[in-house]
Structures are given as structure tokens and as C-alpha cells.
Design a protein around this ligand. Structure first.
Ligand code: PEP
Length: 259
């Protein structure tokens, strides 16, 4: 089964509404046609509205970087999936390693967030990945399969193809040191084999697995040409419209001049 490439930009805590509008405008100019690639950007919560308005009908989807598991309630500072849906989000990133490491999110909370995203009608991008210490100890496969098993608990098989898994080795995020295409492919194949063993065959065949960790225009084509790498979750390079578009092009997107 052919899987449509999916490139998502995680803007992290960069780009308040004014700067986000400028970046979205630059993206809109670059991305006249994203071709056969699904594209999403995840600005900070406060910039969702302005980016959503600017990218309306552009083919670029809106994503959020996190959600609270509850639909509403006395949770000061939190935002629910239902609210994100109302704000125009199609996707939500769940379990990013920065949320796990800096905000204390464990596998159980990540699982609640995955279920909450699906309840709200959002498409979760579930992040998994090992730390450098875990890789040095040869634990990368065990860590990733544990995160998958816990993160996907209770998700019905027929809903799984609407999820995206982002394999993001922690040692490659924001470090400029990407996994090699072979290293990434090896873990993506492990993830797909694990899915194949746990669920009906259509799940492993159709669920998209993005790679994340220092993806740049210079390494995108080599990573994206691997058979089990279906796209990229891009941090730093998604803050530059030209770099982000170069990565989309490496995934099969067409430049405006090809129209
Ligand atoms: C990320 O934040 O998910 C990420 C992969 O960041 P970077 O591309 O900057 O490594």
C-alpha cells in the first residue's frame, strides 16, 4: 500500500502571533502546490488562529503541539483536544520528547492524550524515541516498543491508520546530528514489524512513520528515500520557509514553477 508522505513542522515555543503570521505568509508564497505530500505546521497555541487564517485553503494543515486529556475543566493553563479542533487543528503532536523530559509526561499520560485526541477528532502524531544512554546500552528497540505499546493502549485497530508515529531519537533532536538513513530505517522497520505483529496487516501497511531529529534540506532526500520512512517531523528547519519547502520537495512536493 502506498503511503502518502507527511511532513510536519514543529515550531516549538517560537513565533508569537506577529512572527507566526510573517512565517505563514512566507510559507503560503512558497507552497503554491504541495503536490502529493501532506503538510502540517504546529505553531504555539497563541498563534494557531493567525496561522490558520493565513494558511486557509493552502493545503497546509494546522497542528497543535500538545493537548490536555480532559475535554474541559479546572485545569489552569491547559488546552483540550476539543478546543484545538474548534480552533481548526487537524493534527496534534503527542508525547514529544521535550514534553516527556521537561514536563514529566510518562507513557500513561501520553496514552491518555492519544485517546483524548482521537475522541476530539484530531489525528495524533505520537512521538517515540530513545535517549543517547538508551542507545549506547543497546536498548533503542525495547524503549521504542515500550513507548508504542503503552501509548497505543486502548486504541481500536480501525482507528490506528489515522495516527502517525514519529520516530525521534532524542539524541538527534535539535543537535544537528541526525540519525543516518540506515539507522533511522532500521528503527522504522522495527516499528512497522511490531505493528504487524500486534495488529491486523492493514495497520502496519498503512500507518505512517515519520522520522524526526535534525532533518534539513541537505539530508532530507536520503532519509525520505528509505522504504519505511514516510515523512518527517521537522523542528528547527521548519522555522525557515525555504528550508521547510526544500524538505517538502524532497518528499515529492512540487515547486510553484512546476504548475
Ligand atoms: C522536533 O522538535 O521534533 C525536532 C525533530 O527538532 P529538530 O528538527 O530541530 O531536531
Amino acid at each position: 500500500m502506498a503511503r502518502r508522505p507527511f511532513i510536519a513542522g514543529n515550531w516549538k515555543m517560537y513565533k508569537g502571533p506577529a512572527e507566526a503570521d510573517t512565517l505563514a505568509m512566507a510559507l503560503r508564497r512558497a507552497l503554491v502546490d504541495v503536490g502529493a505530500v501532506d503538510v502540517a505546521v504546529a505553531p504555539p497555541f497563541v498563534s494557531l488562529a493567525v496561522v490558520g487564517a493565513r494558511l486557509k485553503h493552502s493545503g497546509v494543515h494546522l497542528a497543535a503541539q500538545d493537548l490536555h486529556p480532559a475535554a474541559e475543566g479546572a485545569f489552569t493553563g491547559a488546552v483540550s483536544g476539543e478546543m484545538l479542533k474548534q480552533a481548526g487543528c487537524a493534527y496534534v503532536i503527542v508525547g514529544h520528547s521535550e514534553r516527556r523530559a521537561l514536563f514529566g509526561e510518562d507513557d500513561a499520560l501520553v496514552n491518555q492524550k492519544v485517546l483524548a485526541a482521537l475522541r476530539a477528532g484530531l489525528l495524533p502524531i505520537l512521538c517515540v524515541g530513545e535517549t543517547l544512554a538508551e542507545r549506547d546500552a543497546g536498548q533503542e528497540r525495547a524503549v521504542v516498543t515500550r513507548q508504542l505499546e503503552a501509548g497505543l493502549r486502548g486504541v481500536p485497530a480501525d482507528q490506528l491508520p489515522s495516527l502517525t508515529i514519529a520516530y525521534e531519537p532524542v539524541w538527534a533532536i535539535g543537535t544537528g546530528r541526525s540519525a543516518s538513513p540506515a539507522q533511522a530505517q532500521e528503527l522504522h522497520a522495527t516499528i512497522r514489524a511490531w505493528l504487524g505483529a500486534q495488529y491486523p496487516a492493514f495497520v502496519g501497511a498503512s500507518l505512517r512513520i515519520q522520522y524526526g531529529g535534525s532533518v534539513k534540506p541537505a539530508n532530507a532526500a536520503a532519509l525520505l528515500s528509505q522504504p519505511d520512512i514516510d515523512g518527517a517531523l521537522v523542528g528547527g528547519a521548519s522555522l525557515d520557509a525555504d528550508d521547510f519547502f526544500a524538505i517538502i520537495r524532497a518528499a515529492g512536493g512540487r515547486p510553484a514553477t512546476a504548475l
